[in-house]
Write a protein that binds this ligand. Structure first.
Ligand code: PA5
Length: 447
C-alpha cells in the first residue's frame, strides 16, 4: 500500500500516450531537481530531510513536546504561511476531529491554538479569553524572524505569559523555531534564554513541515513524529527510485501540466473528509507560491466535499471550463457509522439501512467524479490508504517532490516567492515604518 496517483477518470482528456510522451521532459526536470543544478538550488534541503535530519534536535523536539504535554493545558502555535500550515494540516488530519473540544481526560495532550496568522484584534483577544487562567506554552515560529503577523501576536502573548508566570518561568515555556543566527526572533530568544529549534537555511517555509517548524507542534498533539518521518522517507524512496511509468509524483506532475496546456488553469483539490481541510490549505501554499510567478502557473484552489457541492458544485459542474479537479481520497476511513433502519421510514432512508456512512460518502465521491468529468472538469485522484502518520508523511513528500518537478516543467524557480514582498512594502509604508517614508507619501496620495 502507498499513496497513489490515478488519472484513469480523466482518460478522455489525457491519453496514456500523451503522458508517455512527457517522459523525457519530466525525467529531465527530475534530474535537474535531484542533481541540484536548477533555479533555487540553494533551497533543496527538503529532498533528503526524511533521511538526513538533525537527530539530536529531533530528540530535543520530543523532550520539549513531553514537557509541554505535562505542564500545559494549552499550546499556542504562533506562525504564518509555511511556518504554520504544515503543523495544522498534520494535527487536524491525525487527531480527533474535535481535538480541542474533548475533555482533558480523553485527549491527554494540550489544546492547540494557532495565532499570528492574521492581524485580527478580536481573534487575539478571544484567544486570550479561551486560555483564561490555564497553564500554557508558546511555540513561536518564524524562519526570517521578522514577519509582522507572528511578531505582533508574540508580543501580546509573551506579555500575558510574563504577567502570569514572571519572566524566568515564562522563558521556560517559550520555544522559538527560527534561523540559526539571523533575525529579530533569534536575537530575542538568545537574549531571553528560550529553547530554540532551527529552520535549516536550505529549507523554504512551505517545504518545512518535516523540520522543527512542523514537528514540535505535531509531537505535542501526541502524534508519532518517527512514523511521520518514516512515511516521508518511503515517499522519498518512491519518488527518487520508481521508473516514470510507476512514479506517482512524476505522473502527477506530468498530467497536471498536460491539463494546463489544454487550457485548464485552475486546479481544485477536493476532499471528502473535514480533517483534510488544512492539508488542502498547506497544498495551496506549496503550489501557489512555487508555481505562480512570471505570469505563469496553475491557480491552486480547494473545496471540502460534500459541503461545497452545495455551494461551488454548480460552478465546477457547469461554469467557466477553466479547471480540473484532484480528489484526495482516503481509502479506509478512520471511523464509520452504520445507518440503522427506522420503523416508519418517514425520512425515506431505509434503503440505506445497514450501510456505513463511508459507503454513502464514497458513492457521493464516485458520482461526483463522473458528473464533473461529464461536465468537462477532468478528475484526477490521489489515494491515501489510511489516515495515519506514515501515509501523511508519504503524502507530504509526494506533493513536495511533484511540486519541484512541476515548477521546473513550468519554467519557473519553484523555490522563491518574490511576490510575497509587495504587500509587505505597502503595509510597512502605510504603518509608518522607518525607512518607508517616500513610498508612504506616494501611497497616501493614491488612497
Ligand atoms: O513560504 C514562505 O516563505 C512564506 O509563506 C513564509 O512561510 C511566511 O511568510 C512566514 O515566514 P517566516 O517563517 O519567515 O515568518
Amino acid at each position: 500500500n502507498k499513496v497513489t496517483f490515478d488519472y484513469s477518470k480523466a482518460a478522455n482528456v489525457v491519453g496514456a500516450e500523451e503522458v508517455a510522451a512527457m517522459e523525457k521532459m519530466v525525467e529531465t526536470a527530475k534530474e535537474v531537481l535531484v542533481s541540484r543544478t536548477g533555479l533555487g538550488n540553494d533551497f533543496l534541503g527538503w529532498i533528503d530531510l526524511p533521511v538526513n535530519y538533525d537527530k539530536e534536535e529531533f530528540d530535543r523536539i520530543k523532550k520539549a513536546a513531553d514537557k509541554i504535554q505535562k505542564d500545559s493545558d494549552v499550546l499556542l502555535v504562533i506562525g504564518i504561511g509555511g511556518s504554520y500550515l504544515g503543523a495544522r494540516a498534520a494535527i487536524d488530519f491525525l487527531n480527533h476531529p474535535f481535538y480541542n473540544n474533548l475533555s482533558k481526560e480523553n485527549r491527554k495532550t494540550p489544546e492547540i491554538y494557532y495565532v499570528g496568522n492574521n492581524i485580527s484584534g478580536a481573534y487575539v483577544k478571544g484567544l486570550a479569553e479561551v486560555i483564561g487562567d490555564r497553564d500554557f506554552s508558546i511555540n513561536v515560529i518564524s524562519k526570517s524572524g521578522t514577519t509582522t503577523e507572528p511578531a505582533i501576536a508574540f508580543r501580546v502573548f509573551k506579555e500575558m505569559m510574563e504577567e502570569k508566570y514572571g519572566k524566568e518561568e515564562a522563558a521556560k515555556r517559550i520555544y522559538a523555531t527560527t534561523d540559526k543566527e539571523k533575525g529579530a526572533l533569534k536575537t530575542l530568544a538568545t537574549e531571553e534564554g528560550y529553547e530554540t529549534f532551527v529552520v535549516p537555511d536550505d529549507v523554504g517555509g512551505r517545504f518545512s513541515v518535516l523540520t522543527a517548524v512542523g514537528l514540535l507542534p505535531i509531537a505535542v498533539s501526541g502524534v508519532s513524529i518517527d512514523k511521520l518521518m518514516e512515511g516521508a522517507a518511503s515517499g522519498r524512496e518512491l519518488a527518487l527510485q520508481a521508473p516514470y511509468a510507476e512514479n506517482d509524483a512524476l505522473q502527477y506532475a506530468a498530467v497536471r501540466n498536460i491539463l494546463h496546456s489544454k487550457g485548464k488553469s485552475v486546479e481544485i483539490l477536493a476532499d471528502y473528509e473535514p480533517t483534510l481541510h488544512y492539508v488542502a490549505e498547506w497544498w495551496k501554499q506549496l503550489y501557489g507560491e512555487s508555481e505562480g510567478k512570471d505570469q505563469k502557473g496553475i491557480y491552486p484552489a480547494s473545496v471540502d466535499f460534500t459541503t461545497d457541492l452545495h455551494s461551488l458544485g454548480q460552478f465546477i459542474q457547469d461554469g467557466s471550463r477553466i479547471m480540473f479537479e484532484t480528489v484526495l481520497a482516503i481509502e479506509e476511513p478512520k471511523e464509520d457509522v452504520v445507518i440503522k433502519a427506522a420503523e416508519n421510514d418517514l425520512d425515506g432512508l431505509n434503503y440505506l439501512a445497514g450501510k456505513g456512512m463511508d459507503f454513502v460518502n464514497k458513492s457521493a465521491m464516485n458520482g461526483t467524479i463522473l458528473a464533473h468529468t461529464d461536465g468537462n472538469t477532468p478528475n484526477l485522484m490521489v489515494k491515501i490508504p489510511e489516515q495515519n502518520e506514515f501515509y501523511l508523511g508519504q503524502l507530504f513528500y509526494f506533493f513536495e517532490f511533484a511540486c519541484g518537478v512541476s515548477g521546473y516543467l513550468t519554467g519557473v524557480n519553484p523555490f522563491n516567492q518574490p511576490g510575497v514582498e509587495s504587500y509587505k512594502k505597502n503595509m510597512f509604508a502605510l504603518l509608518g515604518k522607518p525607512g518607508y517614508e517616500e513610498q508612504r507619501e506616494e501611497l497616501l496620495k493614491r488612497l
